[in-house]
Structure formats: structure tokens, C-alpha cells
Design a binder for this molecule. Structure first.
Ligand SMILES: Cc1cc2nc3c(=O)[nH]c(=O)nc-3n(C[C@H](O)[C@H](O)[C@H](O)COP(=O)(O)O)c2cc1C
Length: 409
């Protein structure tokens, strides 16, 4: 690889020392690292160690007269091919997600037009806190790549996701981002200029650290729709529950597990022109998530499970008073009285179209789909077809709806 330049922002976490190893690995691959160290970061790793390994001075102060004259915050990002935040603290991610520019690191992140990789590391509770989940979803929707942290024992004595991935894996991620397309070509196609948010896959509602409630959704239909819209030039954010599928080309993915996380990720991804709720979102979740594995031993009689309602994502988008997407589409998976349920859902959820399918057969998790499309003006039955063909047909319909030229189905 040529002389690509990395701007490495080191945040104030216990894993900051691993940034030293990362700089060493980068140097071995001929990748030069210029370092910004936050004030908190300097509590964990010294500027001297970072500067010895990077062979360059370390940048720490936004208001340094010398630095601004020689290499200010704009110049730092201008001279980089990729910005890497490692470790990315909860604090730095929160600042970046909200566009704060209160120190050199956050100002540089706001000022950059280069690709950004964040490598979070923090205590499991900080990682799982709804505020951090929202911030990660916001960053991903903004096009930032957030590497999922490793799961395991932590410095604080707890166990869970939040550990910094090994530097070799971070290096592989950096190399992947450097060799990938530098910047996507300007979108073209009948849906260019439109932003679509799509949900797909199942959600998982945890009962305890090892068990969850879920459903058979594979995510295929939602992924196919995301791919079809992106191929036609739309800017697509795919908010996906756990699936085994590859993210379609040109699609920005936000990965979530629970319905509440999906709700937060969708809210963070709006405004949009189009919203399509394809995910099989769990209607309920266990009222309590046990902190440790539930034990059979000692249970007296049958175990009863108390459930509470999850947020209704489609309804919340369809009935928004401000910034409602211009086209809101929901999928309705029904096992009986399809027509009645679909019409009721159209009204109740404030959707423009409901795409209803009978999932009593092999549709859920399968490759084919057979749907009827409901709108205020009536309904239309589409023949059975595979999920990609259905996605293409729907994308064509959407283009026609927006009066786009070249909108053939
Ligand atoms: C001993 C100690 C360890 C910490 N480890 C982490 C950590 O691993 N991840 C994190 O997000 N914050 C951690 N923090 C909190 C951050 O240092 C704090 O939020 C700081 O404001 C982050 O600043 P920065 O994001 O500008 O580097 C830790 C704090 C202390 C005192």
C-alpha cells in the first residue's frame, strides 16, 4: 500500500495504550499516523510515547497559536486519507453525534470531509446505555464506520461487549477502508436526491444475558428493497436487526438488536423522503431483563413471563407532525384475515401504503413473497415472485410515485 496518511485521534479510555501498538502496526505497513491526543487521553498515554512511535509531534490543543499557524484543525484533516478514533470514548462519540466542537478532537471530526472509523472501547453499561446506542446509530447514519467492540472480561471487572478489538483487526479494517472506493460517485438514477430509511430483519428481546425472544424473519425482503433503491440512486439507510446477510452495495447500515434500539436508530436517521418498515419488530418485550442467567433450579411451578409493549415504529413515523417522510410504507405479516388487517393497519399507522403478505406458509425466512399492496385508493394483488423481483417492482412504483423520469418497473 502507498503512503496513505492516517489521522489518529486517541481518546481518554483505559484502552488508549493499545493505540501505541496500532501506530507500530500501521508503520510496518507503510502507513503514516499523525496523532491528536485528547486531554483525557493524555491521562492514559503520554504524548512522548505516541510521538516516539509516530515519528511526529502530537497535537493536543485547539487554541495553540503555533499549531493553528502551522497545522490547524482544518489542515490536520485535509492532509489525512482516513480519520481513525481509537479508542473512541463514549464522550467523543456523543460529541461527534451531536456535532459538538469543543476541543481539538471534536472540532477536527466536525471539520473533516474524510472517511471516519471509530473504534469504541468502554464499560459494558456505558456501551449498552440508550444514549450511546442512539449516538452510534446517529454516527452510522451519518456515514461513520463504527467497529463493534469485542465481548469479554473488562478492565473494570465486568463482562460483556465494550473491549477494544485487537490492533491487528483494527489495522485490517483501516486497510479495507483505504482500499475501498475513496468516495462514492455522485448518485444517478430515478431516485437520486431522495433519502430512504428502511428497517429489516427480526428484533431480539432479551430475557437474560443468554436468552431472547425473536421471530423467523431473515431480513431478505428489506435488504433486497434497500439494494434496489440504492441501485436507482437513492441514499439508503438500512436499520437492521440481526441477520446473516451482506449489506447491499451503496447502503449505509445501522445494526441493532432490540425494537427499542431500532426505534432510536430510525428516529436518529430521519428526516427522510421515504420510510419503509419491513422489519418484523417484536410487539412485546420481557418486562424485566434478568441481570444474570435465569435458573431452573428452585423454580416453583410453571414460570410466567410478563411482557410489555414495544414502541410502534411504523406508527411513530407515519403520524409524525413534523418532518414526516413523504412516503411511508409498512409491511403487514398476517396469518389470517389479511384484507381486514391490512386496511386497519393503513389507517391506524398513518401509512401511505401497506404491503400485506400471508406468512402462514413459507414466506417468512423464504426466498419468495406474494403480496397485496393497499393504499387509500384501493388494493392490488401482485403475483408470487422472488424477493428481489418484488423489491425491483416496489422501487419502480416508488419512482413513479415521485414522478421521476426513467422510472420503469
Ligand atoms: C480510569 C478511567 C478509565 C476510563 N475508561 C474509559 C473508557 O474505557 N471508555 C470511555 O468511553 N470512557 C472512559 N473513561 C471516561 C473518560 O475518560 C471521560 O469520559 C473523558 O471525558 C473522555 O474524554 P475524551 O473523550 O475527550 O477523551 C474513563 C475514566 C477513568 C477515570
Amino acid at each position: 500500500m502507498g503512503q496513505a496518511r492516517i489521522l489518529l485521534i486517541v481518546g481518554g479510555g483505559i484502552a488508549a495504550y493499545k493505540s501505541l501498538e496500532l501506530i507500530r502496526l500501521l508503520a510496518r505497513r507503510g502507513l503514516a499516523a499523525r496523532v491528536i491526543l485528547t486531554q483525557a487521553g493524555a491521562q492514559f498515554v503520554t504524548p512522548l510515547s505516541l510521538s516516539s512511535l509516530s515519528g511526529d509531534r502530537v497535537y493536543q490543543d485547539l487554541f495553540s497559536l503555533t499549531d493553528e499557524a502551522e497545522m490547524g484543525h482544518i489542515e490536520l484533516s485535509r492532509q489525512a486519507d482516513l480519520v481513525v478514533v481509537c479508542p473512541a470514548t463514549a464522550d467523543l462519540m456523543a460529541k461527534a453525534a451531536h456535532g459538538l466542537a469543543s476541543d481539538l478532537a471534536s472540532t477536527t471530526l466536525l471539520a473533516t470531509d474524510k472517511r471516519v472509523l471509530m473504534v469504541p472501547a468502554m464499560n459494558v453499561r456505558m456501551w449498552e446505555h440508550p444514549a450511546t446506542r442512539r449516538n452510534v446509530a446517529r454516527l452510522e447514519a451519518d456515514g461513520v464506520r463504527v467497529m463493534p467492540p469485542d465481548t469479554g472480561p473488562m478492565a473494570c471487572g465486568e463482562f460483556g461487549p465494550g473491549r477494544l478489538p485487537e490492533p491487528e483487526r483494527i489495522l485490517a479494517e483501516i486497510e479495507g477502508m483505504l482500499t475501498g472506493p475513496a468516495r462514492s460517485p455522485p448518485p444517478c438514477g430515478p431516485l437520486a436526491g431522495l433519502r430512504a430509511v428502511i428497517t429489516a430483519g427480526p428484533t431480539r428481546e432479551p430475557l437474560d444475558p443468554v436468552r431472547y425472544m425473536s421471530n423467523h424473519s431473515s431480513g431478505r425482503q428489506g435488504y433486497a428493497i434497500a439494494g434496489s433503491l440504492a441501485q436507482r440512486g437513492a441514499e439508503v439507510v438500512l436499520v437492521s436487526g440481526p441477520t446473516a446477510l451482506a449489506i447491499p452495495d451503496g447502503v449505509t447500515a445501522v445494526r441493532v438488536e432490540t425494537a427499542s434500539e431500532m426505534y432510536d436508530a430510525v428516529s436518529a436517521s430521519l428526516p427522510a423522503d421515504i420510510f419503509i418498515g419491513v422489519a418484523a419488530v417484536a410487539d412485546w418485550r420481557p418486562a424485566r431483563r434478568a441481570a444474570s442467567k435465569l435458573k431452573l433450579k428452585g423454580a416453583k411451578g410453571p414460570l410466567s413471563l410478563s411482557l410489555v409493549e414495544n414502541p410502534d415504529i411504523l406508527r411513530s413515523v407515519g403520524t409524525r407532525e413534523r418532518q414526516r417522510p413523504r412516503l411511508v410504507i409498512g409491511f403487514a405479516a398476517e396469518t389470517n384475515a389479511l384484507d381486514r388487517h391490512a386496511r386497519a393497519k393503513l389507517r391506524r399507522k398513518g401509512a401511505d401504503w401497506i404491503i400485506a403478505n400471508d406468512v402462514s406458509g413459507d414466506v417468512m425466512g423464504g426466498t419468495d413473497n406474494e403480496v397485496s399492496v393497499y393504499s387509500a385508493s384501493g388494493s392490488e394483488r401482485w403475483p408470487r415472485m422472488n424477493k428481489s423481483a418484488l423489491a425491483d417492482r416496489l422501487a419502480g412504483r416508488i419512482a413513479v410515485h415521485f414522478g421521476r423520469p426513467g422510472a420503469a418497473e
